[in-house]
Design a protein around this ligand. Structure first.
Ligand SMILES: *Cc1c(COP(=O)(O)O)cnc(C)c1O
Length: 407
């Protein structure tokens, strides 16, 4: 086999489908986010980012930066080891305590990312609990799917957010068989929210554990930023709550929060926890400062929700179709991978607006979209510019608009 030809051919096929991924080379400027420099194509141009998961702008919050500078000066750069071999620093332990408190759980366990936390925790639980069956929502994130697959445990996929289908699949199993229901609160691509209470009710009835990914909700929902489960008073009903420190908290890392024994179990058996260098102490300190701030401050959450409502209203006024979900994620549907990429390219080239196109396999074919994430740091002028640009491109590309009466 000619390996290089194989690689090139596969890439050409991806490009022909419109599914080839091109990354924008951004330079974030502290204090200026969502504005950044774009280093694409040999030039440097200013750009406004409309697709970041730094939902609240905490990546440049003074308290976070101060904590990181302080820890960097106090501890140096890296953790210097795996958690097992000299890499558990005081800052890691403080952060885990902060996380356990955030979710009202006995303990929490830190990982190098949210992806790794799902992969390692689900992989370990499903593999090590004898005869465990994993019931996985059809739209679960790749990290959960990979963890479940890696466990080699039996799995059944239930229709997305469909309680009747979940119940049928639970009821088909012996009551005493160990079961783990894995799902998310806010789904990142459609922005819809799971019926958490009803899923917990089913878990109780059918003797199942629950594993909830709150990656797109922590920091953003609930009086202390504990997520949708906190907002709905359900945190104590979930066996495991998983989250990231890289999205609304603005830094990096992932975690689970659960009972002390469950955390100790994963700590003791998860390869993806044990055999990798711990996150730098400065990263842990920054994340802890971000969590601590968002436990008491409502300002960012309120401003975030206000910006989301404002942008939705402006899109409606232009007839730009977007999914009407109950979260902060605004998917503007294009429904064609080539057009989606084309609009994204024009936004960047002609308007200095950066929105990454979301194509297959991240979303099903035919549902290609621009996933817009407004934040408190987007200004009125940023919004005007975005909606004007989208309006012009909708006309230029002859895309359907929502009739005003249908809105
Ligand atoms: C981003 C994401 C993750 C992974 O979190 P990282 O900290 O970015 O690795 C996990 N679950 C969902 C639903 C996500 O969108």
């Amino acid at each position: 086999m000619n390996y290089q030809t194989f690689f090139a051919d596969r890439l050409d096929a991806l490009k022909a489908e419109g599914n080839y991924r091109v990354f924008a080379e951004l330079e974030r400027r502290c204090g200026d986010f969502p504005h950044a420099a774009n280093h694409g194509g040999g030039t440097t141009k200013p750009v406004t980012i409309w697709c970041s998961n730094d939902y609240l702008g905490m990546g440049q919050h003074p308290k976070v930066l101060t904590a990181m500078h302080e820890a960097l000066d106090r501890c140096g750069a890296g953790a210097g080891g795996t958690r097992n071999i000299s890499g558990t620093t005081h800052d890691h332990v403080l952060l885990e305590a902060e996380l356990a408190d955030l979710h009202g759980k006995e303990d929490a366990l830190l990982f190098t990312s949210g992806y790794v936390s799902n992969w390692a925790a689900l992989g370990t639980l499903a593999a090590r609990i004898p005869d465990c069956l994993v019931l996985s929502d059809a739209l679960n994130h790749a990290s959960m799917i990979e963890g479940i697959r890696h466990s080699k445990a039996d799995r059944v996929i239930w229709r997305h957010n469909d309680l009747a289908d979940l119940e049928a699949k639970l009821a088909a199993q012996p009551l005493d068989r160990p079961k783990l229901i894995a799902f998310e609160s806010v789904y990142s691509m459609d922005g819809d929210i799971a019926p958490i209470k009803e899923i917990c009710d089913l878990a109780d009835r059918y003797n199942a554990m629950t594993y909830l990914d709150e990656v797109h909700a922590v920091g953003l929902y609930g009086p202390r930023g504990g997520g949708i489960a906190e907002r709905e008073g359900l945190m104590d009903r979930l066996t495991v709550i998983e989250g990231t420190l890289g999205k609304a908290f603005g830094v990096m890392g992932g975690y689970i929060a659960a009972s002390a024994d469950l955390c100790d179990f994963v700590r003791s058996f998860a390869s993806g926890f044990i055999f990798t260098t711990a996150i730098p102490p400065a990263v842990a300190a920054g994340a802890a400062a971000s969590i601590r701030h968002l436990k008491t401050s409502q300002v960012e959450r309120a401003a975030h929700q206000a910006k989301v409502a404002d942008l939705r209203a402006r899109l409606d006024a232009q007839g730009i179709p977007h999914e009407r979900n109950p979260s902060h994620i605004i998917p503007v549907m294009v429904g064609d991978p080539v057009k989606c990429k084309y609009i994204s390219d024009l936004l960047l080239k002609d308007y200095g607006i950066y929105i990454q196109p979301i194509n297959y396999p991240t979303v099903p074919k035919g549902t290609e979209r621009l996933r817009i994430t407004p934040s408190p740091v987007h200004s009125e002028a940023d919004m005007d510019q975005l909606v004007t640009a989208l309006g012009a491109l909708w006309t230029q590309c002859e895309l359907a608009r929502m009739p005003l009466a249908a809105q």
